[in-house]
Design a binder for this molecule. Structure first.
Ligand code: PLP
Length: 377
């Protein structure tokens, strides 16, 4: 990366890890369709199965439960398209869950999150117990951790209740993977979505983890790949890169304290130079790498542009990804005041983040704060 730039937008995408790059390049040289029975085909197949084991290890699942997809958007869509009569989800889900859930025509209940960023598990229970539209085959879909605030959600608790009441459970674990330990088995969920590029793997590959024995509707039909669930010749090179990134991310989990310390230092520096700044959901259980910082009176889009000009890459949340100007649906669903939601940027650290990155961010932030106070004076 350009040495003059500081990249703090890992929740949008993390830099490609060298081990993932090497795995992609090596796999691209491998001749052979993984469905072919000859030596070349079997070598390609081994690359995929090796990656499947590594991704399964990161997710705390069995290899037989991992279905490779083109990314988490496809994985979430496949989960949502499973033939449900009713879906209960939260208003803070990523659009890759909310858009298919809203488009599907199943009965839909969207529960809110509190100002602390935590999905209201009580509202999920109430919907399951007493909402008249929640009947038949019911899916509960709640993310593991939010992409804008980093707040970790009570998925195990929700899954426990949901399954006891006959519903099945999906979780979008894209942002949690590689940042907090994951155990598909212990969480008690049926479906889990993962994405390679958020953990230092390549774009365009992800996985839907499907509990063994659960007969999810096939979502792409054609050949017999991925145990007939997801037809199409596998993207061997991307899958190899995903496997390598998953293994590296899993090995680094123990070192997440380093990332949390850097994040805490950034937040302390922000509060020292702009005392009216608000760290959203700071008191909640959060991913170690994510900070949502609101600077009331500023616009998030302007802050992102000013920081970009100062060499710092951060984001203004999901509103920007769709090119719209406005505050994020996540912060709105948390019920935050409009002046907080409008002024919130997201800073997200990645595997490569260093003390120098935090210093560079704080230097740029302090320069914004002093130009702001000069403008006011
Ligand atoms: N879910 C969450 C929480 C995300 O943050 C993202 C990426 O922005 C996605 C799903 C979509 O993942 P992909 O880019 O692999 O389709």
């Amino acid at each position: 990366m350009n040495a003059a730039r500081t990249y703090l937008d890992a929740n949008a995408t993390a830099p490609l890890r060298p081990v993932a790059r090497n795995a992609v390049l090596a796999a691209m040289e491998q001749l052979g369709n993984p469905s072919s029975v000859h030596t070349e085909g079997r070598t390609a197949r081994r690359i995929i199965e090796d990656a499947r084991e590594r991704v399964a290890a990161l997710a705390g699942a069995r290899p037989s439960e991992v279905v490779f997809t083109s990314g988490a958007t496809e994985a979430n869509n496949a989960a949502i398209a499973g033939g449900w009569d009713a879906i209960i989800t939260s208003g803070i889900e990523h659009d890759a869950v909310l858009a298919p859930a809203r488009a599907r025509g199943a009965h839909l209940v969207e529960v809110p999150a509190g100002g602390d960023g935590v999905v209201d598990a009580g509202a999920v229970a109430t919907a399951l117990l007493s909402d008249p539209i929640v009947r038949g085959r019911v899916l509960v879909s709640v993310q593991m951790a939010n992409n804008e605030t980093g707040v970790v959600q009570p998925v195990a608790e929700i899954a426990d209740f949901a399954r006891a009441h006959g519903a099945l459970v999906h979780t979008d674990a894209v942002q949690a993977a590689g940042r907090v330990p994951l155990s598909f088995a212990d969480l008690g969920v049926d479906l889990m979505a993962l994405s390679a590029h958020k953990i230092g793997g390549p774009f365009g590959v992800g996985a839907l983890v499907v509990r063994d024995g659960f007969d999810l509707k096939r979502w792409i039909v054609g050949g017999g790949q991925e145990r007939r669930r997801r037809a199409g010749t596998e993207n061997v090179a991307a899958i190899a890169g995903f496997g390598a990134a998953a293994e590296a991310a899993r090995n680094e989990l123990a070192a997440m304290r380093r990332i949390a310390d850097l994040r805490d230092r950034l937040e302390a520096g922000v509060r020292a130079s702009t005392p009216d700044a608000v760290i959203i959901a700071q008191g909640s259980l959060r991913l170690p790498n994510t900070s949502a910082v609101a600077w009331p009176g500023q616009s998030a889009e302007t802050l992102v542009i000013k920081l970009d000009l100062a060499g710092i890459a951060v984001s203004a949340g999901s509103a920007c990804s769709s090119g719209k100007v406005g505050s994020s649906h996540v912060l709105q669903a948390m019920g935050l005041a409009p002046e907080i939601a409008r002024s919130a940027i997201r800073v997200s650290l990645g595997w490569q983040s260093s003390e120098a990155d935090i210093e560079a961010f704080l230097q740029a932030w302090r320069a914004l704060a002093s130009s702001q106070s000069r403008a006011v004076a």
